[in-house]
Design a binder for this molecule. Structure first.
Ligand code: ADE
Length: 222
């Protein structure tokens, strides 16, 4: 999968994409990530990419031209263009699965007070990572890339995400490792029993219990 990230701050991504699973996916050529500074596409002699809002108001607004031209230069028939914005559709694991099957993502990171409304006309999907406002789309785009990459076949073992939280609208069951007792806290007996059927039942029950307690809203999700 090819991922083009349109950002004014490419350096923000350095650490995140040069460690751990994402780095491995890049090294193994399972994903290719290009950080594209759309300032390089501005026709403004002073390299400006933003301007004051019509009608007045605080802050600066990203202009159409650099982003339109940048997307035009990168887009092919296989591309899906995503705009990150707090007013987008809330991001869920189901969407991560959907996007992990795409060939080419173009992700636009907004910044400052916002972007010219007409930029929406060149976008396929608008995504929000949660009901809070960040300084820009850079961190949300890292979240998208991370959550999508781990679902691409060959990146991590399939079993690792079969039991992920949010699959079947349930949170993950609790896991334990050695030692059996730590500061008086014991590992549940059933996990030591070797009885796989019982272990499976226990995990399912715990998943349901946890979801009811913490995220009852998930149980009614489609
Ligand atoms: N940009 C700023 N806040 C955001 C959010 N919550 N989701 C996506 N993009 C954003």
């Amino acid at each position: 999968m090819k991922i083009d990230i349109l950002t004014l701050f490419p350096e923000m991504f350095e650490g995140v994409f040069s460690e751990s699973i994402i780095k491995r996916a890049i090294d193994e050529k399972i994903i290719e990530i290009n950080l594209v500074n759309f300032r390089d596409y501005t026709t403004d002699p002073h390299k400006k990419v933003d301007d004051t809002p019509y009608g007045g108001g605080a802050g600066m607004v990203l202009t159409c031209q650099p982003i339109f031209d940048c997307v035009k230069a990168l887009k092919t028939d296989d591309s899906k263009v995503i705009l990150l914005t707090p007013s987008g559709i809330p991001y869920k694991q189901k969407k991560a699965y959907e996007l992990s099957k795409e060939k080419h993502l173009i992700i636009i990171c907004g910044h400052y007070e916002g972007f010219d409304e007409r930029i929406r006309t060149i976008v396929d999907e608008e995504i929000s990572i949660g009901d809070y406002v960040l300084t820009g789309g850079e961190i949300p785009s890292m979240i998208l890339v991370d959550s999508i990459t781990r679902l691409i076949p060959g990146v991590i073992t399939e079993e690792s995400h079969i039991d992920d939280s949010f699959n079947n609208n349930l949170l993950d069951y609790p896991t334990y490792t050695k030692p059996r007792v730590y500061e008086g806290l014991e590992v549940p007996e059933v996990l030591l029993s070797g009885d796989h059927k019982k272990i499976e039942e226990y995990r399912k029950e715990e998943s349901i219990k946890k979801t009811k307690e913490v995220r009852p809203d998930l149980l009614g999700d489609d």
